[in-house]
Design a binder for this molecule. Structure first.
Ligand code: ADP
Ligand code: MG
Length: 696
């Protein structure tokens, strides 16, 4: 339960005086539903209204505050033209312009013959820039209301319907209602870094007065970024401790099944795979609970590593589960794994959200009885009615799509089950730290032998016909092709239509050899098409990004990506990783539509120049910031509101060490500082982490 002192931070926005339901809803859309969300909505600039001047002295353009008297009104002659008001001061006249003025607002706001203070952006025009006008003044007030015009006003990211003025007011009110909190940071550190306390920091960041205040390095910002990062690191450390506390059990199979499976493999494991498997076996054999991250670039063969770990558990008489982020991937893992496992006489089942009724019940029974030894599935494995006979190992694939909470709930299905986390996207150290904390990790830093480098070319979309024609040869050599047409959320319908059109177009060129999968299709329809492609019944697979993670069809050697400029680097890398998996040379064609932004250009160049996932990930982090590195918004992604991983790496390292130190001396967070740290965790929404602690 959240402590009472924090209630004001978690009150809904319409409890703030002067904030109605409508504004509250708009704010919610923008940043979240609580006062804390509003306080963590950072300004990106400011408007300085301190320049109180005269009409004659007003600059050519810029924000000024003027004292004027209204002379006359020129109502809009047509609906499209503006309503004008002519005003003057001792030095000249100014036109005030209103488009689509509401009712008789201009007449009321600027009564003829009366004095008003107006503040807004002026513009000079005409010969010698003699004429001056102000369109939609931000403020029009009488002398008695002059203090309503703030000297400096923060500029925030906004949403349609919400004005900066209202948001400023809401945030000012929120700040004034903020209770004082005990400081959770180490006083020695705040002194050394010259950081203000939390309340002062919030007040300061919301009232920037100059460019320096807006910099990431401003001390108030640094303080808040550090608060956020420490909350993240501490939460991860707590969750990890909870997972480990239930001491694990020793799992050591006799190796028989693994030998049978390895003998059936058409290839030998790579040195990196063997090394990582050894590291995992050592963890499983130890009495402590395993919590290990396996990182490996696309195509490095993580699935085999997972399978070996699962078979170890099965040999020892337990069950093992593998969780994938999408149905397609779960299906694919099931297809490869069940066949291989069967070579060792092991029974594998698949459970996804698609299984309903009697079929589902049958699978559940097999899981509960232990008949099913390896269980593959999606988040459906979390469902309450899934009971394992004795789950000893959980493998989570493509981990970044799951949240900490989900991770925790699956591990709780087994008696202190070991956990292996596999990431497909190479993650820069910084990001790995924010997702997993200081977790043990293994790297599969070697690709299976015989992989040919992928030739990557960047082409304008005008050369589409050429590309399509060139596919003829590719197909006659019995190669297969992925053709990706991206969907972006805002224009999903249009994009989907484009993908369908592309399908028609290719289907005309290559009748009956083309399949289409997209996110709006039903699961089993998607599977059917994927299956046909995997079986070689289709040569070209036109897809939205549903093929992004994990899909494995080694015979596919060409990847065409339309609108490549819309993708993040990591996504492009993931997509490209679908090819170059077999013996044959592969080609990736990145097609772009103009205009190409600077970043997009840099991304495409990086793709052309390197195939090293780690380099690409680092590059992506600098180019686009953390949110984008792991693809579009996914659940479970740490969503930093204040910290910026591209620039705050030092703070992150400090927070990581600090969290470690805190766990060493006060793991239950029961000291004075510990209690304050609990507040910090709640403030940043880490309730799950506090739940791992004793009440106190
Ligand atoms: P990822 O790490 O991207 O999940 P996968 O596990 O899907 O990679 O493996 C990619 C492909 O490489 C699969 O077709 C798999 O069968 C194959 N593979 C895995 N290990 C080896 C190996 N040691 N030698 C040759 N091919 C391998
Ligand atoms: Mg994989």
């Amino acid at each position: 339960m959240r402590p009472e002192i924090l209630f004001p931070f978690f009150a809904s926005l319409d409890t703030l005086p002067g904030i109605g339901k409508k504004t509250a809803l708009l704010c919610e859309k923008l940043c979240g539903s609580t006062v804390a969300d509003l306080l963590f909505h950072m300004p990106t600039g400011f408007i300085d209204r301190r320049l109180k001047t005269t009409i004659a002295k007003a600059p050519e353009t810029g924000v000024v505050t003027l004292e004027v008297v209204t002379d006359r009104h020129i109502p809009a002659p047509t609906r499209k033209s503006p309503y004008r008001v002519i005003c003057h001061d001792d030095t000249g006249t100014i036109q005030i312009v209103f488009f689509h003025a509401f009712g008789n607002y201009p007449a009321q706001a600027l009564p003829i013959g009366e004095k008003r203070f107006i503040s807004g952006k002026v513009e000079r025009y005409g010969a010698g820039k003699q004429q001056i006008q102000m369109t939609h003044p931000d403020y029009i007030v009488s002398e008695t209301e002059l203090e309503k015009i703030p000297e400096i006003e923060s500029v925030y990211p906004l949403t349609a319907g919400l004005s900066g003025k209202i948001l400023n007011k809401a945030i000012r009110t929120a700040i004034s209602k903020m209770p004082a909190l005990p400081d959770w940071q180490d006083p020695a550190m705040t002194r050394r870094e010259n950081w203000p306390d939390f309340q002062t920091a919030l007040k300061t960041v919301h009232a920037p007065e100059n460019e320096n205040d807006l910099q990431k390095t401003a001390s108030a910002k640094q303080r808040l970024a550090y608060d956020e990062l420490l909350a993240n690191q501490l939460a991860l450390a707590l969750v990890r401790r909870r997972m480990r506390k239930a001491s694990g059990r020793q799992i050591k199979g006799n190796g028989k099944i693994r030998k049978a499976v390895l003998d059936a493999l058409p290839f030998l494991l790579t040195g990196a795979q063997i090394r990582v498997i050894k590291e995992i076996n050592a963890d499983m054999d130890a009495p402590m609970r395993m919590l290990r991250l396996v990182q490996g670039d696309v195509g490095s063969g993580k699935t085999m590593v997972a399978l070996m770990a699962m078979l170890n558990a099965v040999e020892a008489g337990f069950q093992a589960a593998l969780m994938a982020p999408t149905d397609i991937l779960a299906n694919q893992h099931f297809a490869t794994t069940s066949k291989l496992a069967a070579a060792g006489g092991v029974r594998t089942v698949l459970l996804t959200g698609r299984d309903k009724g009697k079929k589902r019940q049958e699978i559940l029974d097999q899981i509960a009885s232990g008949q099913a030894q390896i269980i593959i599935g999606t988040h459906a494995l979390f469902s309450e009615d899934v009971t394992f006979k004795d789950l000893a190992l959980t493998v989570v694939d493509e981990q970044h799509k799951f949240g900490v909470h989900q991770r925790l709930s699956l591990s709780e299905k087994g008696k202190s089950a070991d956990m292996l986390v596999m990431t497909a996207t190479p993650i820069p150290r910084t990001l790995a730290l924010t997702y997993y904390g200081d977790m043990e990790s293994s790297q599969i830093d070697e690709l299976p032998p015989g992989r040919k480098p992928i030739a990557t070319r960047v082409l304008p979309s005008s050369r589409l016909d050429e590309v399509a024609a060139a596919l003829k040869r590719t197909l006659s050599d019995h190669n297969q092709v992925y053709w990706v047409c991206p969907l972006v959320e805002e224009s999903e319908k249009i994009d989907l239509a484009a993908a369908e059109e592309r399908f028609e177009y290719l289907n005309r060129l290559f009748p009956n050899r083309v399949g289409l999968v997209h996110g709006k299709m039903k699961g089993n329809e998607k599977d059917a098409v994927m299956q046909r492609f995997a079986a070689g019944e289709l040569d070209i697979l036109v897809a939205t990004t549903v093929i992004e993670v994990g899909v494995d069809v080694p015979n596919a050697t060409v990847m065409v990506i339309e609108h490549a400029e819309r993708f993040g680097l990591a996504q492009l890398h993931q997509l490209r990783g679908r090819i170059g998996r077999g013996e044959k040379a592969s080609t990736c064609l990145l097609m772009y539509a103009d205009p190409l932004s600077q970043t997009a250009k840099a991304r495409l160049t990086a793709m052309r120049e390197t195939q090293d996932g780690f380099k690409i990930a680092e590059e992506d982090l600098t180019l686009r910031g953390a949110g984008e590195v792991l693809g579009t918004k996914q659940s479970g992604q740490p969503d930093f509101k204040i910290a910026d991983l591209a620039t705050d790496q030092n703070l992150l390292k400090m927070a990581c060490n600090d969290a470690k130190y805190i766990m060493n001396i006060d793991a239950e967070l029961s000291s004075e500082r510990g209690k304050a740290l609990r507040l910090l965790l709640y403030l940043f929404g880490k309730d799950e982490a506090v739940k791992t602690l004793k009440a106190g």
